[in-house]
Write a protein that binds this ligand. Structure first.
Ligand SMILES: Nc1nc2c(ncn2[C@@H]2O[C@H](COP(=O)(O)OP(=O)(O)O)[C@@H](O)[C@H]2O)c(=O)[nH]1
Ligand SMILES: [Mg+2]
Length: 304
């Protein structure tokens, strides 16, 4: 029998480093939502790539950051948990930025969650200048031990070399998913995420960060498929902003999100959006649990 190799490859890094873009690039499908705004990914997203006798299960994670409220603690918890599960870790760096000792220290601390082999990907080389890239190379050389790659998650340049490096570190083991699978989360998860991504694109300031989406109904045995999504906001006033004058804003949201969902499931969709205030849900353990966030068990009650 042929020997297969399988492993969890956890993608970590600061917000906006390009982790979700890399996951999508490697798997070849828009699985993890991407926006120019920081902190778009709130939960772990899994993407699977099987090549020959190798299976890599990529875990995209929320950015490593200082957690300021209960939601951010759940986000950081998800990243650390994914690190603890890693067979291989990829640290993504936005090489358009400069090494910053304070931020770098928190990244290095997070990496202590795992003994998995580390691969360091200096991302965004399509737009980063040489000097910044060299500064990060020197930083990586000084602070960490692991192979260093230069790549662009957006264009795919350099991604093959990273994949080769990852495959060489995979532990021997049976495939955990059928080789044709690219995702393990249910379709409903991706549908809710696509609505949330569109909110990040259309709304500003605190609105995207106050909003969470949940699929209430998904009837796929009809044409068009009926999808009802509940959009939770933190305050009544945000409901008005989401809906907009004469419902114009939410109509645009519905239209754009519907097209993304149709593209994703390759079926016609009727998208029914409902907005509901759920008071200060970002700070409320019960609400977060009901919305599917897992809070670290040792977590003390929120200060605010
Ligand atoms: N030019 C360029 N932009 C990138 C690259 N990777 C990610 N981005 C952009 O950086 C922003 C953040 O990317 P995202 O994948 O959401 O970062 P994450 O927070 O680490 O998941 C988005 O606007 C991406 O389009 C890259 O390699 N080159
Ligand atoms: Mg992301």
């Amino acid at each position: 029998m042929e020997v297969t190799r399988t492993g969890y490859v956890t993608l970590v890094g600061r917000p906006n480093a390009g982790k979700s873009t890399l996951l999508n690039q490697l798997v070849g499908e828009h699985l993890s939502i991407v926006t120019p705004k920081a902190q778009t990914t709130w939960q772990r997203v899994t993407g699977i790539l099987s090549v020959g006798t190798d299976q890599m299960i990529f875990l995209d994670t929320p950015g490593l950051l200082e957690a300021k409220d209960m939601l951010q603690r759940a986000m950081l918890g998800a990243a650390l948990e994914a690190l603890a599960e890693a067979d291989i870790t990829v640290l993504l760096i936005d090489s358009t930025t400069k090494p910053d000792s304070r931020e770098a220290a928190s990244t290095i601390e997070a990496l202590s969650e795992t003994n998995a082999p580390l691969h360091i990907a200096l991302n965004k080389v399509d737009i980063a200048d040489e000097e910044a890239i060299r500064a990060w190379e020197a930083w990586a050389d000084r602070e960490l031990s692991g192979s260093v790659y230069k790549l662009s998650s957006l264009t795919g340049e350099g991604a093959d070399a990273l994949l080769e490096g990852l495959r060489a570190d995979l532990p021997v083991g049976p495939f955990l998913y059928p080789e044709e699978d690219i995702a393990s989360d249910p379709v409903r998860f991706f549908v809710a995420e696509l609505v949330r991504e569109t909110i990040f694109e259309l709304y500003h300031q605190e609105i995207p960060y106050s909003t969470f989406c949940h699929v209430e109904e998904f009837r796929e045995n009809q044409d068009p498929v009926y999808v009802q999504v509940q959009i939770f906001v933190e305050r009544e006033s945000q409901k008005g902003i989401l809906i907009g004058k004469k419902g114009r804003a939410i109509r645009e949201l519905g239209e754009m999100a519907r097209m993304k969902i149709e593209h994703f499931i390759d079926m016609r969709v009727y998208l029914d959006l409902w907005v509901k205030p759920l008071k200060a849900w970002r700070k409320n353990r019960g609400h977060l649990n009901r919305l599917g966030f897992r809070l670290p068990e040792s977590d003390e009650p929120s200060a605010s």
